[in-house]
Each structure stands twice: as C-alpha cells, then as structure tokens.
Write a protein that binds this ligand. Structure first.
Ligand SMILES: N[C@@H](CCC(=O)N[C@@H](CS)C(=O)NCC(=O)O)C(=O)O
Length: 268
C-alpha cells in the first residue's frame, strides 16, 4: 500500500511531547492528545478502563486526503466522526490518506463504493460511519459512548437543512427558515437536557453532529456570510465546547479544505 500513513496513539501509550518521524517509505506522524482532556474526561465520567491492549497494533483507517496540503487529513465529517470515536475510546490508529479526486486501485479494491471512511476490524474492511461506530462500540465498549436511544435523534435534521440552505439560490425559498427551525429546536433541547446531547456526557450523537456543525459554521460563514444567531446561545455554547475538545482539534479539517470541498455543491 503506497498511501502516506499517520499513526496516532493515545496519551497513555506515549509521552506528552509529540515528535515527527520521517521514514523513506512513509510519512509517519506520532502525536498524542494532551493529558488534560483524558484527565478531565475521566473526572467528569468516572474511572475509565482501557478496552484494548497497549500491545494491539493500530487500527487502519482510510480517510479523505486534504486537497490543499500534502499528506494531511481532509474535510470529511463522516471520517472525523470515526476518528473522534477512536480518540474518545483511546484507540491507536493509522490513517491512510486517500485522494478522492483520483482514487487509487488499492483503495477501490477494499472500498467498492469508493467512499471513506473505511476501517479494518478483525481483518475485514468496514465502510460507513454508522456501521463503523457501532462496530467500535461493540468491540471496544469501554469507555461507553452510547447515546440513549430516546436522545439519539436530537439535532439530526440540522445537516440536511444546512445543505438545503447552502445550495439554495433563492433567499425566499424557505431553506434558511428550515435550518433556523431545526437549530431552534436543538437549542430548546439543549436548554432542557444539555450541555451535550446526553447531559454532561459526550456520546456518539455529539461525535456525529459536531463535525457537521463545524462544516456548517465555516461554509455558511464563507459562502453566505451567515452564522448561528446569538439568540441560540445553547447551540453556540455546544459548538464552542465540542470544537475545543482536544480530540476535535486533533481530527478537524483545515477550513480551506472545508470551503473547497463544498464549492461544487454551492456552484452546482
Ligand atoms: N454514509 C457514509 C458517507 C460517506 C461519504 O459520503 N464520504 C464521502 C467523503 S465525505 C466520500 O467518500 N465520497 C467519495 C465519492 O463519493 O466519490 C458514511 O457515513 O460514512
């Protein structure tokens, strides 16, 4: 496999400092999340027990490559969801950057639909962030990221209404209002149940929604000079909290990639 790879391992496996190692075969970056997030998370969620053994090899994940910087993670919210899940479960992983504009043969052989993310679990490549995150939860149940089923739909229509508004060329077609309605309903939900979807516990639904809200903020700001209204303070605080998590900072795309990635949808 000729893809550039980046190995990321959790703090407990590595020292606090990050180091850049280059090899002739691949650019291999080892870094660690700060101890701060793991410690504060442990304090707020109780004692966490590692489900994987430190001797287990890193999990292989195919991710979208950046189109603006070589050998860097690109702008796929579904990929970030999977990486956030790995980070929050303290599982080491190896990223293989895939140029989606020119998909290599090795990738098409393991991902017949040609989509990222895909992950190798028990020698089998698994596609789709829904399936992947469920499989990770089953195989590595501790720490649990399960969202209680009755809460799992909170905020789930924001992404589709965001895309509707982004693509719209008619300011009076109701797409902005549709997005505002969904954001308002999520704001009300957070007011009663927050600060996260499952009270004070980060869970799978936040790890799915967070990257989508990150795209929303960057793309609507850039293409429509639009931002989440200040009156929706619970949503704005939610976004701020999620975007400032160490795991989020470590797995987020560059704003330039997010803007470039959505350009065809805006222009199309
Ligand atoms: N439902 C899939 C969606 C994955 C997806 O659409 N990935 C995009 C990148 S963000 C992709 O690989 N697109 C490549 C293509 O369609 O050619 C998931 O949740 O993983």
């Amino acid at each position: 496999m000729s893809a550039a790879t980046a190995t990321l391992a959790p703090a407990a496996f590595l020292s606090r400092s990050s180091s850049l190692l280059a090899s002739a075969a691949a650019a291999r970056i080892r870094s660690s999340p700060s101890l701060k997030s793991a410690t504060s998370r442990r304090l707020s969620r109780g004692l966490s027990v590692r489900a994987s053994s430190p001797s287990e090899p890193p999990l292989e994940v195919c991710v979208k490559a950046s189109i603006t910087v070589p050998n860097r993670l690109g702008d796929c919210p579904f990929t970030q969801r999977v990486l956030l899940t790995l980070e929050e479960k303290h599982l080491p992983y190896d990223m293989k950057y895939v140029d989606l504009g020119n998909k290599p043969d090795w990738f098409l052989q393991i991902s017949p639909e040609g989509k990222v993310p895909i992950i190798k679990l028990e020698e089998k490549w698994i596609a789709d962030s829904d399936v992947i995150t469920k499989s990770l939860e089953e195989k590595y149940p501790v720490p649990s990221l399960v969202t209680p089923p009755e809460k799992a739909a909170a905020g789930s229509k924001i992404f589709s209404t965001f895309i509707g508004f982004l693509k719209s060329k008619d300011p009076n077609d109701g797409t902005e209002q549709a997005l505002l309605d969904e954001l308002t309903s999520f704001n009300d939900y957070l007011k009663d149940n927050g600060p996260f979807i499952n009270c004070d516990k980060i869970s799978a639904a936040d790890l799915s929604l967070g990257p989508k809200l990150y795209h929303l903020e960057i793309v609507l700001g850039h293409y429509k000079n639009w931002s989440v209204p200040e009156s929706l303070a619970y949503v704005r605080n939610y976004m701020k909290s999620i975007f400032s998590m160490d795991s989020f900072a470590k797995t987020r795309a560059l704003p330039e990639d997010v803007i470039a990635g959505w350009r065809p949808k805006v222009m199309g």
